[in-house]
Write a protein of this length. Structure first.
Length: 161
């Protein structure tokens, strides 16, 4: 009797986790943060790791936040040795893989901040994926050391300098 209950629970669990991962599309967001903008800067980047445990390739197609008047998906490209930002329509998150949004690569760009951000502030960001799934995350504002090699020009959020 007890054993059959356990078996039943295990089965239910298997059924449910399957249902849940279909509902949330198997996407999880790890370690989101917003980079503390230099004083006076009107824009900064949000970074995170998006993991896709599902068997279908997915795309991040939109990001929204009340912290900025405009939110865009961006990538950095190296153009003749100069890092430049480009807006992109979507960011791929391949099946059973993860995409890191990080400085010098893909990021969520917060443009025209509605209020100056301080270290430790919690920034709400809503992510929309290609199947219409929306995920709300909270990204703390963090001071971040540049991870780019020193001396490389990078016109990212530091236009005030
Ligand atoms: Cu950007």
């Amino acid at each position: 009797m007890f054993r059959s209950i356990i078996r039943c629970a295990a089965l239910l669990c298997a059924v449910f986790s399957c249902t849940v991962s279909a509902a949330d599309a198997g996407l999880t967001v790890d370690d989101p943060y917003v980079r503390l903008a230099p004083p006076g800067a009107q824009a900064t980047g949000a970074f995170m790791t998006i993991r896709n445990s599902g068997s279908a390739d997915r795309k991040l197609v939109k990001a929204e936040s009340t912290a900025a008047k405009m939110v865009q998906l961006h990538n950095h490209i190296n153009e003749n040795g100069v890092m430049k930002m480009r807006q992109v329509d979507s960011i791929d998150i391949k099946a059973n893989a993860q995409t890191e949004l990080k400085p010098g690569s893909y990021h969520v760009m917060l443009i025209d901040l509605t209020a100056p951000l301080k270290e430790g502030d919690a920034v709400p960001i809503t992510l929309t994926f290609d199947d219409g799934t929306r995920t709300q995350i909270t990204a703390p504002v963090r001071k971040q050391a540049m991870t780019m090699p020193a001396g490389k020009a990078m016109n990212h959020g530091d236009m005030a300098n």
